[in-house]
Design a binder for this molecule. Structure first.
Ligand SMILES: [Zn+2]
Length: 115
């Protein structure tokens, strides 16, 4: 499963981050998923919560879907899109293509000092 391997990679990122802060405990994690990445938000959320909980007790995981950006082929307006067709909100023409929105990144981690 694609999402499971992503979740494991995200956990590795967190583990590396936590090694730098040995007195801390991971309490929350946010991941941003682009609207056009081939990732199911619900599935990733599910996998992430499981793999993270194995290592970090009580951690809260949040997966956020980020919209992509499209540029209108007629008037040039840039607007946010989440799914096709990408119609310009200003003139109604179809957009040329989309950019952004195909990435996956850790947007935040929250740690708590154990002292
Ligand atoms: Zn337009």
């Amino acid at each position: 499963m694609h999402e499971l391997s992503l979740a494991l990679q995200i956990r590795e990122i967190c583990e590396r981050e936590l090694e730098k802060q040995p007195e801390s405990r991971l309490t929350a994690l946010g991941v941003e998923v682009g609207a056009f990445s081939a990732v199911e938000v619900e599935t990733l959320q599910f996998c992430l919560q499981i793999v993270m909980s194995e290592r970090f007790d009580g951690v809260r995981c949040e997966v956020i879907r980020q919209p992509g950006t499209a540029a209108c082929s007629s008037c040039g307006l840039e607007f946010e899109v989440t799914q096709a067709p990408f119609e310009c909100p200003s003139c109604g023409a179809l957009a040329r293509g989309v950019s952004g929105g195909d990435s996956l990144q850790v947007s935040y981690i929250e740690v708590e000092s154990e002292r």
